[in-house]
Structure formats: C-alpha cells, structure tokens
Ligand binder design. Structure first.
Ligand SMILES: Cc1cc2nc3c(=O)[nH]c(=O)nc-3n(C[C@H](O)[C@H](O)[C@H](O)COP(=O)(O)OP(=O)(O)OC[C@H]3O[C@@H](n4cnc5c(N)ncnc54)[C@H](O)[C@@H]3O)c2cc1C
Length: 804
C-alpha cells in the first residue's frame, strides 16, 4: 500500500469506482481506492441495474445521458462486460396532468439532443404488449433507457481505472480521517495510514459515518427499497425481442424483463427509513427481510396494469437499502470549510448518475471547476440548517414523491417550518401562503381573507393569479412591503477588504455610501454569483446575493480569503428587514426617519445609516421591482419594531405586503435576471448582459482573462426577452425556442408580468437572431406559441421610476 497519494477515494461501490476511473481519465495517476470489504459491498450489489435519462434538472439529465453513453467506452478499456440491455423505456401517463408533465419534459429534450418521443395508447401496446392501456393517456418513450449488470459495471470502472494507473486496496476499512491543517489528510486504515492530498467520501450506505470521521454531517438517509423477480412468463419469453422498461408513475412501479420473467420495483407510500441512527459496520452482502404488506397496494395496481403478472409466481424479493439526500439528488463536490475533503455520496441512481458524478468530481478536482452548472448536485446546496430529523422527513417525502409530478409552483410540506423570521407570525395572521428555500420560510403571496392559504399545484396559471395581480398593482401604483431576509448577506471588513473584493468581484468596489452591482466570475469566466456591494465605512462592506447560495458562496470566499487583513461574517439570518417599493415609497420612508431621503440626498444606488422608527437601520436605495425602492436592513431583534413603524405610517398610502410571486413577476417587466435562472455557472457575463457591470479598468480580478476574451469576441448566444402569446400557461424554464422549424434556444425563466399584462420569457438564443421585433415560437406544454423579441423593458424602459 502506498503511504502518500494524491487522492484516496473511500468506498468501492459504483460511485467510488467511477470517481477513480474519471480521475485517471483526466490524467491523475497517483490515485487509490480503499474498500472495507469487496467491491460492491454496499447498495451496489443488489441494485436492479436500471438506467434512464429523465430528470427534472436539465444538467442532471445531461449527465445521466453521459453515464449511459459511457458504458461502451468502459467495456472497451476494461475488457469487462457491463451486461448492457439497451431496450428503451416508456414512462406512462394515466392522467392529463402527468401527460402535461411528460410534454414539458419532451420539449426540453429537443435542445438537449435527446431523442425521446410522445406516444399514444396504440403505440404503447405495440412497444410493450404486456401493458394494459386502459386509462392511459399516453407515454414518453426514451430509446436510451435500459439496464445492466451492477457488479459487472462496477468492476468495469475499477478495471478501467487500474488499466490507467489507479490502485485499489480491498478488505481495508478506513477507520479515521485526520486533517493535517494544510488541506491534506491522514487516512487511517486497518492496513496502515495513507497521507492523501485529497480524500473523497464515496462511502454510500456509510457516507454519514465516513463524514463523521471528518467531523461533518452529510444530509442523507438510507431507505429500504423492494423489487420482485418473477418466475418465467410466456408473454415475456415468447415476445420476439426483449421487452422495454415501463415506468408507471401513477402505480408507483417500474418494470423490466429479467431473463424469461420480469422485475417489478416499487416506490411505495408506506416506506421505511433504514438505519436511522447510523449504518452498522457489520452490514454487508446481505438483504433486509421482505415486507410485502407495505407494497400490497401498488402491487395490486401493477397486476391490473400488467395482467400477465397474475399468473406468475414470485421467484425472489429483494429488499435492500440505499441512500438519498433531502431532494433526491447526489451530494457532490468540495465540502465547504473543509479543504481537501470531497463528497460523492447520496447517489440514489448509481447506474444512471454514477458516470456523471465521477466526471463532475474529477473535473472539479483536476481542472478546478466542473464544465457545467452542477448546483443541483452540489454538496453546498445544503447548509448547516439541515438536522438529522429534517433530513429523514425530507428523504421520506422524496421517496414517496419519486414518481409524483413536480409542479413548477409546488411547495413541499415536509419538515416545515424549520427556520422563520420574527415577521413570520405577522404574515401568518395575514393569511400568507409560504414557500421555503434553504430551510427558511418566505411569503409567496397573501391569500384573500376567508380562502385557505394554499396554492393549488399546476402547470397552468394557479389560484394565486388574481391576488398576485393585486399585489403587483399595489407596488406599481402605491407602495408594497416585502421581506428581504431571503438574501444571503455578508459583511467584509478589514484593511484589505477593498483589495480583496476587487480581486474576487468583477466590478470595482463602490465609493463610501455607494452601492454597486457586480458579477462574481470563476477563473473560466462563468457566473458564480451576482452580488450587490454596499460600502458602509471605508473598510466595511455589505454583500448581498441569493439566500440559497450561502454555503456555495462561503466556500468560494473561504477558498480565496487571504490569511490576514480581511474578516468575513455571514449575517444572512441576523440582518434582515424589508424592502418598500412603489411610487409612494419615499413618502413612506420620510415619515419614519429624520434622515434626508430626498432624491438629492439619497439617490439611486446610494446607502445611508439612520434610525427608522425606533431602530438603527441601513437604508439602501436599490430596486429589484423596477420601481422607486429601498431595502431597510436591521438586526433581527428589531424586525417587528421596524414593521410596526412602516405599517402604521403606510396605512393611508395604500401600503400592501407582497410576496415572492409578485416580486418575480415585477422583475420580468424590467427584464431583470435572477440567480440560478439567468445567472448560473452555465453562462457567462457577456451572454447574460452582466458584462455591463464588469470593470476592466481595475487591476486583475478572478475571471478577467475569460471576460476579456468575450469582450473581443462576443459569445454566440445572448439573453433576450420574449413576449409570448400564451394561453392559460406561461413558461417556467427550459422550454425550447423555435425559429422557423428549428429549435434555436431555450427559456431560462419567465412567467406572467401582471402589471403590464403580458406573458414573458427570458431566453438564451443565438446572438445574430437577437433583433428587436424578431418572431419566434416558444413551446409551452407541447404547444408552439408565437413570441416576439423586445429590446426595451416592458415597464419604465428608461428607468425613470427607479432613479427618480
Ligand atoms: C433494491 C435496490 C434497487 C436499486 N435499483 C437501482 C436501479 O435500478 N438503478 C440504479 O441506478 N440504482 C439502483 N439502486 C441504487 C444503487 O444501488 C445506488 O445508487 C448505488 O449502489 C450507490 O453506490 P455507492 O457507490 O454510492 O454506494 P455503495 O454501493 O453503498 O458503496 C459504498 C462502498 O463504500 C464502502 N465503504 C463504506 N465505508 C467505508 C470505509 N470506512 N472504508 C472503506 N470502505 C468503505 C462500502 O463497503 C461500499 O462498498 C438500487 C438500490 C437498491 C437497494
């Protein structure tokens, strides 16, 4: 065994072996994998081996596509068969909503290069004659679906990695992980200690325990999962070719051929978390006792859907555990605050996702950043808000919803409320409908008095629509109030604060009392943040960005902080407050502060510190609504007092609370982008227009060379605004944009702009097509709707309201 390595991967399941293989693929040779038993000794050996591309996140779907296409390459390099069966697969819809969902997924596949198709009941019967199509509306057929041999595939990854220089140490448990303080680790194993520059936790079923060795908690939980293998069935073995997979979400089952019989897997509502207090170290190549009672109901539905099952005996029941994160996506990447420690765990579909996870992690380690936005599986999308109970409840919810339709306006109820601000009680009394992000509750809108505070999940305009219109109108015609707690907020102080911010942000730091918007770029020029910087004192700055990106941003800050001269504090939940926005916002503010807030004294993009009502506050003149607006930041203990002052003073001005739905509608009227929609690491500043906030005059900043290159040679695509002739459904994200008979781009986000009464889509399209008035079509729920490109914002295009 080596005593010093570049990377020690812990865990020889499909994920660890894929990470090992991809590290060698990208050129690192001094890499080892340590496995406590034999390869596949966790979840991997008893998997059903199915693979598919369908995933709500387009980057996840693309990585699943990559995984599936990788297997041939693996077989060639390793000489080991993966036991591939590319039989294709149907996902069936037994109601119209499910069909809408499949139509939306199918539309996305157009620009992702995936060759899926929508089929009706007759075609379904042709593709898979064992399906009883009664009650079925249609299905999505994906020719890439199939299954493989889990053990063969894991060994193929391992062999291919070894061929390319990696070593694997079997029967050797890792017992301790000791940081040396310089970002490297002593990995203490039964057979000795290895000094590793990087460690990767690919511990699968034991990832929680391996994380605990490094002093951290990974929000993941194992669930029991059962599938049945039937005896031989004539309808199966007499069918001329191998039958395709069938996913029946309504019935909570998946089905495929296995030899002369079938495999039927079940995601049941009555599901069971496993090893709640930790995975026993002596669990290995064993199964859990069957529990057919738990799956009786979906089983009965399956017997109706596939009548041939009725005559078949059950040969085997497999009940095995595997792990999930609270949202069902993997936990991958560098652990915030823990240099040299990387996660590759909570991979619930190792044979669909394992290749993509290995590729992304290897890119991140070898090249410094992944080649695409992987926030959907980034370990940093969860922060320290997660508790063990939160994780378990969310994982159960996710398991139960494995086959549920995900509606764009849906808020999932489990483990809520977790974090709230003092204003929560005020909003609740006003009949607020809440959403949650990064554990924190926020108001989506206020339901009318007497109506249940619930937004009905839908792909079309929901019951929130009329109220959101009213909330938008209050902002545009009087004044609205909304919380600003769901910004991430950081304080940067110290003698080197300015020079550090000038290094990590692309814009120049503002002068004292001024505010500047700025993109934050990766070394390759990708957008990794859109920040507002406010200079509150010569050596004190406030930064604000997305609340959900806290852990993600803190990781980047910490990775780039100098040893001395800069102090960074995360004030996200400590400094909260309200924004007031609308033509009467200044009247309102002047009633509650003695400070001069006239346009001359406090112009747009300026800040001042003053008492508001009873409490000390920082007032920032910024506006995401596009109207005259102020953000008023106070300490959380002062939030209620601030509200009191504003609400009393604003009563006769028509002050009305508004929620995130209105906020996201108002910003569309101004063509303002938002984080993880228009601004994310898939895109660059010049593609999205954020290059207007880059200062090329100042000294070097991270991403400068890449941004400069784009200045010289503008990128091929451009973010634009389209006004869509929509019907009763607006775009959400990822819908294809057609130009003539060609798909030329996709929607980043959009919705209904309530005040101007237009349906809006923000989209990335080829730059040479981005001409004012150009005609396109946007596909919404399978229907191509006419859309016209506009180059002026729909509301106040000159920004006179915002600045006046
Ligand atoms: C019944 C069932 C059916 C499934 N069907 C499918 C399917 O059809 N398609 C699909 O894609 N997925 C399926 N899965 C899920 C799939 O099995 C997992 O996604 C995958 O196996 C996860 O692999 P892993 O490498 O992350 O974890 P694991 O397979 O759990 O591997 C972790 C490895 O780490 C080792 N290890 C842990 N701690 C240490 C330590 N301290 N020192 C050294 N080694 C350590 C373990 O021994 C183990 O070998 C199924 C799972 C089950 C249970």
């Amino acid at each position: 065994m080596k005593s010093h390595v570049q990377v020690a991967v812990i865990g020889g399941g499909v994920v660890g072996c894929s990470v090992l293989y991809h590290l060698t693929k990208l050129g690192w040779r001094d890499v080892v994998l340590i496995e406590r038993s034999e390869l596949t000794s966790g979840s991997t050996w008893h998997a059903a081996g199915g693979f598919h591309t369908l995933n709500a996140d387009t980057n996840m779907a693309a990585l699943q596509g990559y995984t599936i296409q990788l297997y041939k390459e693996l077989e060639e390099i390793s000489g080991q068969s993966c036991g591939l069966h590319h039989v294709g697969g149907l996902t069936i819809a037994s109601d119209n909503d499910r069909m809408d969902y499949l139509k939306a997924e199918h539309a996305k596949h157009r620009y992702m290069g995936l060759d899926t198709k929508l089929v009706g009941p007759n075609e379904i019967r042709e593709i898979s004659p064992i399906v009883d199509t009664q009650g079925i509306v249609g299905a999505l057929y994906d020719p890439l679906d199939g299954h493989l041999d889990p053990s063969g595939t894991t060994h193929a990854y391992a062999k291919a990695a070894k061929v390319q220089g990696a070593e694997i140490y079997l029967r050797n448990p890792v017992m301790e992980l000791k940081p040396r303080g310089d970002g490297t680790w002593d990995v203490v194993t039964e057979q000795g200690t290895i000094h590793a520059e990087h460690v990767v936790n690919a511990g699968g079923l034991w990832a929680r325990e391996v994380g605990a060795m490094a002093g951290i908690y990974h929000p993941l939980h194992p669930m029991e999962h059962q599938y049945l293998v039937t005896d031989d069935i004539p309808e199966v073995y007499e069918h001329g070719s191998e039958l395709p997979h069938v996913m029946d979400p309504g019935g909570e089952t998946y089905l495929r051929q296995e030899g002369r019989g079938l495999v039927l897997g079940i995601y049941e509502q009555d599901c069971a978390p496993w090893a709640v207090d930790g995975t026993p170290w002596d669990f290995g190549h064993e199964l859990l006792p069957d529990n057919l009672d738990r799956i009786a109901e979906p089983l009965e539905a399956a017997y109706h859907r596939y009548p041939c099952l009725e005559k078949a005996g059950i040969k085997r029941v497999i009940n095995g555990p595997f792990t999930f994160a609270p949202d069902g996506n993997p936990l991958v990447g560098p652990m915030p605050g823990l240099p040299g420690y990387w996660a590759a765990c909570a991979v619930m579909a190792g044979f669909s996702q394992g290749g993509g996870v290995g590729l992304v992690l290897a890119e991140w380690m070898v090249e410094g950043e992944p080649s695409r936005d992987v926030f959907a599986m980034d370990v940093a999308r969860f922060g320290d808000f997660t508790t063990r109970t939160y994780t378990r409840l969310k994982v159960v919810e996710n398991y139960q919803r494995r086959f549920a339709i995900s509606y764009p306006n849906e808020e999932l109820p489990a483990a809520r409320p977790l974090a709230t601000t003092p204003a929560y009680g005020i909003w609740k009394a006003l009949n607020a409908v809440f959403g949650a992000g990064y554990g924190m509750e926020h108001v989506n809108y206020f339901a009318p008095p007497g109506e249940a505070p619930y937004e009905i999940p839908s792909f079309r305009r929901s019951n929130a629509f009329p109220t959101v219109t009213e909330e938008c109108r209050a902002v545009r015609e009087a004044v609205g109030i909304n919380e600003i707690h769901n910004f991430g907020k950081y304080e940067v102080t110290g003698p080197d604060a300015e020079s550090w911010l000038n290094l990590i942000m692309a814009n120049r730091t503002p002068a004292l009392g001024r505010i500047a918007l700025t993109p934050m770029l990766s070394p390759k020029g990708k957008l990794i943040g859109d920040f507002t910087m406010t200079r509150l004192a010569p050596e004190r700055f406030q930064l604000t960005a997305s609340f959900s990106a806290q852990s993600y941003h803190l990781r980047w800050f910490q990775q780039n902080l100098p040893a001395a001269g800069v102090t960074l504090r995360n004030l996200s939940t400590e400094r909260i407050g309200f924004q007031i926005a609308g033509p009467k916002a200044r009247d309102l503010l002047s009633r509650v502060t003695r400070a001069d807030v006239s346009n001359a004294a406090l112009p747009f993009l300026h800040a001042l510190q003053a008492d508001v009502g009873l409490v000390p506050a920082t007032i920032c003149r910024v506006s995401y609504t596009g109207d005259l607006g102020y953000e008023i930041y106070v300490h959380r203990e002062h939030q209620v007092a601030l509200y009191q002052a504003l609400s009393e003073a604003g009563a006769d001005l028509g002050l009305r609370p508004f929620g995130m739905r209105a906020m996201m509608s108002l910003r569309l009227e101004k063509s303002f982008g938002s984080w993880l929609r228009e601004y994310k690491p898939d895109y660059t500043a010049a593609e999205t227009g954020l290059d207007r906030f880059i200062s090329f005059k100042k000294n070097a900043f991270i991403g400068r060379d890449a941004a400069m290159a784009e200045r010289d040679q503008p990128p091929a695509r451009k973010l634009v605004t389209l006004v869509v002739e929509a019907n009763d459904a607006d775009v959400v994200a990822d819908e294809p944009v057609w130009h003539g008979e060609e798909v030329v781009g996709f929607v980043t986000s959009g919705g209904y702009a309530h005040y101007v009464q237009k349906s809006v889509a923000l989209a990335l399209i080829p730059r040479d097509l981005a001409n004012d008035g150009a005609a396109f079509e946007v596909e919404i729920l399978g229907e191509r709707r006419p859309a016209k490109l506009i180059t002026q914002a729909l509301y106040d295009p000159k920004g006179e309201r915002m600045r006046g």
